[in-house]
Ligand binder design. Structure first.
Ligand code: FE2
Length: 295
């Protein structure tokens, strides 16, 4: 269970680092498992994969968004934004797996090794310490942040992408390698979880636009996105977990260094007496939304 100090810190900052959350061996096991998943793709198949960036839609993005929108109950890889340039400049089999951006979103369902980590006692104890009664786990992702090309993740609140009323959402983010200032560690705005949710990312309510392939839209901002200069970097050691409140603002920089920054992350929300918003990007899924524990 979390100590009183840890709980206080989480309440105050909206995030918390827990070192040695999983062992170095387990980190390696998860990375090996990820290799097995990506090894199943031939170079030709990789070249046809979409980049990861759920877009607000244009025709070219349509098939990419379909692939994304139906990924909540599947294990699917996505490519880095720069992948198309790398593919274009490459000859034959030169393209390698350094162009993967992430794998989502049901590793916790279908892969036994990721499943074991997701449902381990340390995760359950975090949820119990945070007073989760009926937590549902969903939206698991392996994120690569590849050397030299790993893209940034812009300032956001996780509740924009996973909306529930009331909004009790927590992310568990596990470093499988050391995360440093150079390879794109997380940055937070401490205490920002006390503010409102600024906007949402939803299925487009405009049927005509939706039918034309503009599937996703951002709702209007209700408050300004905070200034980057107020964010603090949070480098962590391999095996550490970062617990992330669904309302705290965070981001991670691009990776211009020669070292990768592989992590595994997933989310949970309190499902007791809660309403999962049906215009979330991901549809509710009995396959992919799994109870962390039963009461
Ligand atoms: Fe996030």
């Amino acid at each position: 269970m979390l100590t009183e100090n840890q709980l206080e810190k989480f309440e105050k900052d909206g995030f918390l680092v827990i070192e040695n959350f999983i062992t170095d061996e387990k980190c390696q096991e998860l990375m090996n498992e990820c290799d097995k998943i990506t090894d199943e793709y031939t170079i030709d198949e990789i070249k046809k994969l979409p980049v990861f960036e759920a877009n607000v839609g244009n025709e070219q993005a349509q098939s990419r968004d379909e692939y994304f929108l139906t990924s909540i109950d599947k294990i699917r890889p996505f490519l880095e934004n720069k992948a198309s340039e790398i593919i274009k400049e490459s000859k034959g089999d030169e393209v390698n797996k350094q162009i993967f951006n992430k794998i989502g979103h049901a590793l916790h369902v279908f892969n036994p090794v990721f499943r074991e980590v997701t449902f381990c006692d340390n995760v359950k104890n975090v949820a119990k310490s945070l007073n989760f009664i009926d937590p549902l786990v969903l939206q698991s992702m392996y994120i690569f942040k590849q050397p030299f090309i790993g893209g940034e993740v812009k300032i956001h609140q996780d509740g924009s992408y996973l909306h529930v009323t009331p909004l009790k959402v927590t992310g568990i983010w596990i470093a499988l390698e050391d995360c440093t200032l150079d390879n794109g560690c997380l940055h937070f705005l401490p205490g920002s979880h006390k503010g409102p949710l600024t906007h949402r990312f939803i299925r487009n309510p405009n049927k005509e636009e939706y039918d034309q392939g503009k599937y996703l839209v951002y709702t209007d901002l209700v408050a300004p996105i905070p200034d980057e200069k107020d964010f603090v970097p949070v480098p962590v050691k391999k095996g550490s977990a970062v617990i992330i409140d669904g309302l705290v603002f965070h981001k991670s920089g691009a990776n211009f260094s020669p070292k990768s920054r592989n992590i595994y992350t997933f989310h949970m929300y309190e499902s007791k007496d809660a309403k999962f918003s049906d215009n979330n990007w991901m549809p509710y899924s009995e396959t992919a939304f799994l109870p962390l524990y039963k009461n």
